[in-house]
Design a protein around this ligand. Structure first.
Ligand SMILES: [Zn+2]
Length: 77
């Protein structure tokens, strides 16, 4: 099960459907260089899996120590 709190960016918890980068690995450009931004398709996939795992009311927040899932984050916003 993907863990959204252990990577430097939550979206890294899932593999990229666009460039094929594995979970935990930053997106690549076709040239093989590191992309400036993570692919949009990966963000959408991460959202889908996150909601599947934590429910539609959850969000993820950044703390000084890293990322944390807030189970009611979206319900409050
Ligand atoms: Zn990618």
């Amino acid at each position: 099960m993907p863990d959204f709190t252990i990577h430097r960016h939550p979206v890294l918890a899932v593999a990229c459907p666009d460039c094929g980068s594995a979970a935990g690995t930053w997106c690549r450009r076709p040239s093989g260089h590191r992309a400036a931004d993570l692919h949009r398709a990966r963000g959408i996939e991460a959202d889908r899996v996150f909601i599947d795992q934590h429910g539609p009311d959850a969000s993820i927040i950044r703390l000084a120590t890293g990322w944390q899932v807030d189970p009611r984050g979206r319900a409050r916003d």
